[in-house]
Design a protein around this ligand. Structure first.
Ligand code: DNO
Length: 344
């Protein structure tokens, strides 16, 4: 296991030196943010990220994310060009030492929340999801931190129209087509791809979502068995689906889990939830049982603390402040140490 921390590059207000001061931290998870989706990232930009991290004593072996162009998800004729560019990006990343690339296959929108500042009794704040509030939102005017793109309302309208009538089956076929196209580059460079689950793990705004459950993973690995076709095991995303047995999935797929986003959430009604500090006692995700299942299953991937709260007066990018993620990292490192020693 290697403990890592998401770092939004040179615009991140959290300095690399602070990240390095979190004990147990081996590296950052980062990305190139100023190149349009579908274009190949210049190697100089990747090299700069790696060198900045290295100067702070940190590795930069994980990219989150190389975004997938919508034409690939839509299965349009132009997809081959974008798949070739994606393969080129895998090679470019590998050339500076990247070992793992996270991505998602959610149409149009990445993760969704309805409240970025949900207030807890102790004064801390976190992200929250309320289904009724989501249904009341205008999908043409949505922005969340960390999304890879923001469209103009007109572009968004056109894009949503292109997805009209798309079935889960078609979207799945497009994912398989994409993966078959990029696996040769992964084999050649020894890079693992790690698909991020749908967040939340159900369809939104009439758009199909296909990486939400054990059945989804089963059919994905049956279609593309290559071990470079792996998972970003996001406990917050999968955990919002009450039917998902996270410790079971963690154990079953431990060797496919190239990257783990470990975090907490608490159900607040049937499908509503809010996020909380990382500890098992703080919510409905049994972080301890998940870590245990990962270790027993032979997990060798990267871990990062995921969405934290804003605490101690920090006014950070929602979910991505320093303090609570640092506490989460220390908690997780402690769990891994204990479980690994017990297993030996
Ligand atoms: C949210 C993140 C996601 C994730 C992408 C991966 O906080 O977990 O934005 O980076 O879905 O492609």
């Amino acid at each position: 296991m290697k403990m890592t921390f998401r770092w939004y590059g040179e615009n991140d207000c959290i300095p690399l030196s602070y990240i390095k001061q979190i004990q147990g931290m081996t590296g950052v998870v980062t990305a190139v943010y100023d190149i349009p989706v579908g274009e190949v990232w210049p190697v100089e930009k990747l090299r700069r990220l790696r060198d900045l991290a290295a100067a702070a004593g940190l590795e930069a072996e994980v990219i989150e994310s190389v975004p997938v162009h919508e034409d690939i998800k839509l299965g349009k004729p132009t997809r081959d060009k974008y798949i070739a560019a994606y393969a080129e990006n895998i090679r470019a990343c590998a050339s500076v030492g990247v070992k793992c690339i996270c991505y998602n296959f959610m149409p149009v929108f990445d993760w969704l929340r309805t409240d970025l500042c949900f207030r807890h009794a102790d004064g801390s704040t976190s992200l929250a999801y309320d289904h009724a509030a989501l249904l009341a939102l205008d999908p043409k005017d949505l922005h969340l931190p960390g999304w890879d793109e923001s469209y103009t309302p007109d572009e968004l309208r056109a894009l949503l129209a292109e997805y009209e009538g798309m079935t889960h089956e078609q979207l799945f076929e497009n994912l398989v087509y994409f993966l078959r196209g990029v696996m040769p580059a992964c084999d050649e460079c020894g890079v693992d791809l790690a698909i991020h689950p749908d967040d939340p793990p159900w369809d939104v705004f009439g758009l199909p979502r296909i990486v939400s459950s054990e059945a989804d993973y089963e059919r994905l690995f049956a279609a593309v068995p290559n071990m470079h076709n792996g998972i970003t095991f996001c406990t917050g995303s999968l955990g919002a689906g009450r039917e998902n047995d996270l410790p079971k999935l963690a154990g079953k797929y431990a060797k496919r889990i190239h990257f783990a986003h470990l975090r907490q959430l608490k159900y607040d009604g049937e499908i509503n939830f809010y996020e909380n500090g990382h500890q098992t006692a703080e919510g409905d995700v049994d972080v301890y049982a998940i870590v245990k299942a990962l270790v027993k299953g032979g997990f060798k991937g990267y871990v990062r603390p995921d969405h934290g709260r804003n605490v101690w007066g920090e006014n950070a990018k929602p979910g991505y402040g320093l303090y609570d993620r640092a506490m989460g990292a220390c908690y997780l490192t402690g769990l891994f140490e204990a479980v690994q020693k017990e297993e030996k």
